[in-house]
Design a protein around this ligand. Structure first.
Ligand code: SAM
Ligand code: SF4
Length: 329
């Protein structure tokens, strides 16, 4: 194996998130516009290029790989990609996982489990079918719940990711918590981030400090020291249930950041909240693996200390222009 990837702030890069498509079968209000223009196929990394890229990062010390999108499971041939990448499990790669909207899970859960996927994140903001359709525009709740059941039946642990949205799912705080407890799913709340189009984004912002406070009105809870090198912080309720909070806005979480992201076009983003990037597709299409490794090292040497998102002045500062579906969240 090559020398580990260490950034200028002595953070080891051990976690890679890869977006395999910008397309999606949903159009969540906070993520995409209704009429998205998607990239032409030639712009996308092929599945072979994605495999080469992931394998190179694993050779440089990446231990955890999260596949995301857009919706990763709508990319044609994606199960072949999972099958191939799973060869690294146990020899460098410790975890292969994905973030999905769940719509295709009923079809793929068993095969994912067979490829060594042990845990997945499923995004779900509401348990109300009408509200689900409103927030996802094109999604059907029943299909997602079936998918989640299929994952559970296949022995995959499910973590539900819920974007906290003011006036939208505030009233479902306890129903969501109780449903996850009954089903045995972990649950993490996410603050809405200033990505893409910003109409009314500030109005949608529901601070997780407030959300946490409300949980506290019903349950005693204790902070957990557990850290994943990412933005999530966890509490344990008196019931034993664990709940996570991803608060990119009210707290800065960058000091322990261990991750980088690659888009489906091969752009390496060293920070979700900054525009700086490196074009790895160009290097891959014109260079050998040594050139690719050199380009990755050169980019990691530019990884910034942190992002600049800030809602505190009631206007959105530090906004980046790309959509979440572009960088994969
Ligand atoms: N389609 C998959 C899904 O929905 O899980 C994977 C990609 S999606 C971009 C990854 C995550 O980003 C989802 O949990 C979604 O809720 C979240 N997300 C999208 N836009 C967001 C925003 N503006 N603020 C916070 N989270 C966002
Ligand atoms: Fe699609 Fe996920 Fe974005 Fe929703 S959040 S539009 S499911 S990529």
């Amino acid at each position: 194996m090559d020398a580990a990837l260490i950034d200028p702030f002595q953070r080891a890069i051990s976690y890679l998130r890869v977006s395999v498509t910008d397309r999606c079968d949903f159009r969540c209000l906070y993520c995409m516009s209704e009429n998205m223009t998607f990239l032409p196929k030639a712009e996308l990394l092929t599945l072979e290029e994605l495999d080469r890229l992931c394998s190179t990062f694993i050779g440089m010390g990446v231990q955890k790989l999260r596949i995301t999108g857009g919706e990763p499971l709508v990319r044609r041939g994606i199960m072949g990609f999972f099958r191939n990448v799973s060869r690294h499990l146990g020899s460098g790669l410790e975890e292969l996982t994905l973030t999905t909207n769940g719509s295709q899970l009923a079809r793929y859960a068993a095969e994912l489990a067979d490829c060594g996927v042990r845990r997945i994140n499923v995004s779900l903001d509401t348990l109300d079918a009408a509200k689900f359709q409103k927030i996802t525009r094109w999604g059907r709740l029943g299909q997602v719940l079936e998918g989640i059941d299929a994952a559970k039946a296949a022995g995959i642990r499910v973590k539900i990711n819920t974007v906290a949205l003011k006036g939208f799912n505030e009233d479902e705080l306890f129903p969501l918590i109780d449903w996850c407890a009954r089903e045995g799913h972990d649950l993490t709340f996410i603050e809405v981030m200033p990505m893409g189009e910003m109409e009314d984004r500030v109005g949608q912002f529901w601070s997780l400090m407030d959300l946490r406070h409300r949980i506290g009105t019903r349950y005693a809870m204790a902070d957990l020291s557990e850290r994943t090198g990412g933005p999530a912080r966890y509490v344990r309720l008196e019931t034993g249930q664990k709940i996570g909070f991803i608060t990119p806005l009210s707290h800065n979480f960058c000091e322990s950041c261990n991750r980088v992201r690659v888009t489906c076009t091969g752009e390496l983003f060293m920070c979700l909240g900054q525009e700086d990037r490196a074009d790895l597709r160009e290097v891959m299409r014109n260079g050998n693996d040594d050139a690719l490794r050199a380009a990755i090292r050169e980019a990691i040497a530019r990884k910034p200390k942190g992002h600049d998102f800030d809602y505190s002045r009631r206007e959105v500062a530090g906004q980046v222009s790309r959509h979440m579906s572009h960088t994969g969240g």
